[in-house]
Design a protein. Structure first.
Ligand code: ACO
Length: 409
């Protein structure tokens, strides 16, 4: 049976403990806090610990969203996980989230639309719930970008960080609320402006592709900037029109947190004052698909969203993709307090005869271990300190949060 509406009932986020500041990056590449902050608005970003993965971070955000919604893990019918930094190419990261949250019945799949992935996933979830296909869909954005960055390339390594955010979208018998309008676009003209050249079927991984650094994210910053400033505004305006609203009806914009200059430019061009825009890029940098749901969870938990508010999610990213969704908020913001009871840990099983290479980029390991002490130095995933050089050792369970990972017997 078709519900009368599809509403956000849960929200949650997770940011790993490790902090990487602009000053830290200035020790690795020829840059400065002043340059990075002036051009991007970023002061620091988070870095996942060795035992964390996109799945374990996504699972913690998901558990928080499920708790906020007042649901149990098994109430979730479908898990959509947006990421461009999956745990593996096969299987989906969503499958591991299903395991980590302890759900036994959901379908699970990944969504690939780079930084727009959460908005794409959200619009997909909305259609699934409204059609009557599922009652509760978990939409997650989880990214572990620091493992795909070239820490000798100052034009990219300063921009990105790790983290995860999630919402639960639920069928409701009440009319109104939820997604009022959306716009999703893809422009392949920009396909090679943000890309990872090798590792896929067009250029399979080999010693040569690795030695040429083709498994790192590459980006044409100026072209991306131009596209973003143009498209974010037009995508948001189209979604607002589809909702039958105007900019004046929007209480809060929750944009993709790539660059403060981009956000301010777009707000100016849409005639929106920055008081109606949620910004946290200074603390997390660009967390790609995780950026909008992290910002949403923080905005709601800090009292920036009230019942009846119209809010806009808007994002752009590799592809080039962009997406916007206008949502009428219906949940009690106070429910966010339930997420605090969720212990920030998650684990997934590994094959008994396999273990990952040391996952943290060696350039970061020392800096982070010194700054964050045991949070990043321990627990160490044993193996080589060189990326891409796995060593045989005991299997471990990937785990997330402040407790050491479980080691299988
Ligand atoms: N520190 C110091 N100097 C730098 C740095 C740095 N970290 N990076 C670049 N520079 C230098 C360049 O070498 C260049 O020097 P030159 O003039 O001597 O050649 C100069 O600064 C200007 O370089 P630009 O690339 O033109 O700098 P710009 O002002 O465009 O800022 C930036 C670069 C911040 C990357 C900007 O272009 C930007 O934000 N672009 C959008 C990126 C983005 O939002 N991506 C999100 C999508 S990602 C996804 O979907 C996964």
């Amino acid at each position: 049976m078709q519900p009368r509406s599809a509403r956000i009932t849960g929200w949650g986020m997770y940011a790993p403990e490790g902090v990487l500041t602009n000053e830290d990056l200035a020790r690795l590449v020829d840059t400065s806090d002043e340059w990075i902050f002036t051009r991007t608005g970023i002061r620091e970003r988070r870095v996942a610990a060795p035992h964390e993965t996109a799945a374990t971070m996504g699972a913690i955000a998901a558990k928080r969203a499920i708790a906020t919604a007042g649901l149990e893990a098994d109430d979730i019918d479908m898990i959509l996980l947006a990421t461009c930094t999956p745990d593996y190419w096969l299987p989906s990261t969503a499958a591991f989230v299903k395991e980590a949250i302890g759900n036994r019945r959901a379908a699970a799949m990944d969504v690939s639309a780079a930084c727009s992935g959460f908005v794409y996933g959200f619009a997909t979830a909305d259609a699934m719930v409204r059609s009557g296909m599922y009652r509760h869909v978990l939409v997650i954005g989880s990214e572990l970008l620091t493992r795909f960055l070239d820490f000798t390339d100052r034009s990219t390594c300063i921009l990105f960080g790790d983290g995860a955010g999630a919402v639960v979208l639920s069928a409701s018998d009440e009319p109104g609320g939820g997604m009022l309008g959306a716009e999703l676009t893809t422009d392949p003209e920009g396909a090679y402006f943000i890309w990872m050249p090798s590792g896929g079927s067009a250029s399979p991984p080999s010693a040569q592709t690795v030695s040429r650094g083709e498994h790192y994210i590459r980006m044409e910053g100026r072209e991306t900037y131009r596209y973003a400033t143009k498209t974010l505004a037009s995508t948001a305006v189209t979604a607002i029109e589809r909702a039958g609203l105007t900019q004046d009806d929007i209480a809060l914009f929750v944009p993709h947190q790539a660059n403060l200059r981009i956000i301010e430019f777009v707000a100016r061009s849409m005639g929106i004052d920055m008081g109606r825009v949620y910004v946290n890029v200074e603390r997390y940098g660009n967390t790609s698909a995780a950026s909008v749901p992290i910002a949403l969870a923080e905005a709601v938990d800090s009292g920036r969203v009230q019942i009846g508010d119209n809010i806009v999610f808007v994002a752009f990213g590799a592809g080039f993709t962009s997406g916007a969704a206008v949502v009428e908020w219906t949940a009690d913001p106070a429910n966010g307090v339930r997420a605090r009871a969720v212990v920030p840990t998650a684990s997934v099983h590994l094959p008994a005869d396999w273990r990952a290479a040391a996952p943290v980029p060696p350039e970061l390991a020392d800096i982070l271990a010194r700054r964050n002490g045991s949070a990043l130095a321990e627990p160490e995933v044993p193996g080589s300190s060189q990326r891409g050089a796995p060593e045989p050792a005991e299997p471990v369970r990937a785990a997330s949060g402040s407790v050491p990972p479980k080691v299988t017997a």
